[in-house]
Design a protein around this ligand. Structure first.
Ligand code: HEM
Length: 448
């Protein structure tokens, strides 16, 4: 078990604050959410907000009564600039169901295994460029955004050169930065066009991102290029009705996969490199496993299977620094949850950040220990105690993609380079869509 004071980057607030909504909404998860299973507050005349960290209740909301607890009203408004409302992420009811069925084969494990050479190649390019630079101070948060972006473009449309990467990523940062304000507006019942700091920048960036994504599809001309995800989506048919996606739906989903598909994985990889820079013993154990499994050769489908400890490190990293801090639902009507009345319109927050640090579920919750994910330890836990990818019918469709990608990238980078912390650097969180570090994550990187 490895400890470091930086593993708790902020103190939960006893009282929620509007400022925290914009700066770091995780601060507003009440302290009881880390100790108990349900906590709530009611502000002025707004419907109550309920924070769940009880795995049984979370299972009830996400799975057993998923139909009764659809996605909340706030998240779609907060995400509407960066996630197309017509795509899988925000679609509802039958429109969601058929898209999910149609897209599922593209994310099946066997199809994804064909993408492992892309994961390795993107990571190896980064590793070799760091090795050539010798010892240097690197912002691994920015670097991982670049690697994960190359991965997603190649996996989804088969070409990483098709867009101006730096411009696209900068536009994405601008578009995402409005998330917290939009979240606050929605929480206060205000419409999305109320101006706020960064409003114009956010809209211009969103327009650029949508235009570029449309250009990517048009440039492909609907051609089936083989194994990439766009080809699979173009060929996809709803198994029940035979319906295919029209251009509008293809665009919506491509936009979703590109943004949802790299931001979260990049954030998880960056925190993982920072954690293993803190915990050098774990870093050495990782490197030893990778050398034993893959030697100096490529890391592909067979090697990934053998990288058992690497996977555990990623899992434990996503426990302590979950890339997504919360997901929300809303009951269709007044109801009872865990013996407690819940009003219609209440915001039911599955507080993933607090769930993963809850004292009742995780012994020594602030310690970093990949062995929590050894099979026996994992089996002894409630399945809904650990939800980096959500749960129930709307569980992340990209989960296997992300796990294969992150395992390959982490293994490739740690085999090639040694990561050490920068003296005096304290991380700060800037959660918008994912829990990004506010001023990046600088590390000292040198050839291994
Ligand atoms: C470490 C990486 C990732 C994390 C932590 C993550 C996390 C999540 C979570 C928590 C949800 C559930 C949202 C909810 O229930 O409200 C979700 C849904 C989703 N994710 Fe991911 N995700 C990751 C990677 C990806 C990738 C690689 C893709 C696609 C290429 C992707 C596409 C989606 C989509 C389309 C949904 C909506 C699914 C639906 O509603 O049916 N994600 N993700």
């Amino acid at each position: 078990m490895f400890h470091d004071p930086d593993f708790q980057p902020f103190e939960p607030r006893a009282e929620p604050s509007l400022r925290a909504y914009v700066r770091n909404y995780l601060e507003n998860f009440p302290p009881e959410a880390y100790r108990e299973g349900v906590a709530g507050f009611k502000r002025l005349n707004r419907p109550e907000t309920l924070f769940l960290t009880d795995p049984d209740l979370i299972e009830e909301v996400l799975t057993t009564r998923a139909e009764f607890f659809p996605r909340d009203r706030i998240t779609p408004q907060a995400l509407s600039n960066v996630v197309d409302p017509q795509g899988l992420f925000l679609a509802k009811g039958a429109h969601w169901r058929w898209q999910r069925r149609a897209a599922a084969p593209a994310f099946r494990h066997e199809n994804l295994l064909a993408l492992t050479p892309i994961f390795f190649d993107c990571a190896e390019r980064q590793a070799q460029s760091w090795r050539r630079a010798g010892t240097a101070r690197i912002d691994v948060a920015q670097a991982m955004m670049g690697v994960a972006f190359d991965v997603i473009l190649r996996a989804v449309i088969g070409d990483a050169e098709a867009v101006d990467r730096d411009r696209f990523l900068a536009a994405e940062t601008d578009a995402f930065s409005g998330f917290s304000w939009q979240f606050l507006l929605a929480a206060l019942g205000l419409p999305k066009f109320v101006p706020h700091p960064g409003f114009l920048k956010m809209h211009l960036a969103t327009r650029y991102l949508r235009r570029e994504t449309a250009r990517l599809i048009a440039a492909r001309g609907g051609a089936d290029k083989g194994g990439d995800i766009l080809s699979l989506l173009i060929k996809a048919r709803d198994p029940e009705t035979g319906r295919a996606m029209n251009d509008r739906e293809l665009l919506a989903n491509l936009f979703t996969f590109i943004s949802a598909g790299h931001e979260t994985a990049a954030t998880a990889l960056a925190w993982t490199l920072w954690l293993v820079a803190k915990d050098q013993a774990t870093q050495e154990r990782l490197r030893a496993e990778i050398r034993e499994v893959a030697g100096d050769g490529p890391i592909g489908r067979d090697e990934i299977e053998g990288l058992v400890f690497t996977r555990r490190v990623l899992q434990e990293s996503m426990r302590l620094f979950s890339p997504v801090g919360a997901i929300s639902r809303q009951p269709r009507d007044a109801t009872i949850l865990g013996g407690r009345p819940v009003e219609k319109g209440a915001q039911v927050v599955i507080a993933i950040w607090a769930l993963h640090r809850n004292e009742k579920l995780w012994p020594d919750p602030l310690g970093f220990d990949p062995e929590r994910f050894a099979p026996d330890a994992a089996k002894a836990r409630h399945r809904y105690a650990y939800l980096p990818f959500g749960g129930g019918p709307r569980i992340c469709i990209g989960m296997s993609f992300a796990m294969l990608e992150m395992t390959t990238v982490l293994a490739t980078l740690v085999r090639a380079c040694v990561f050490k912390t920068v003296e005096g650097f304290k991380p700060d969180l800037q959660p918008n869509i994912s829990n990004r570090p506010r001023r990046g994550l600088p590390l000292i990187v040198s050839p291994a």
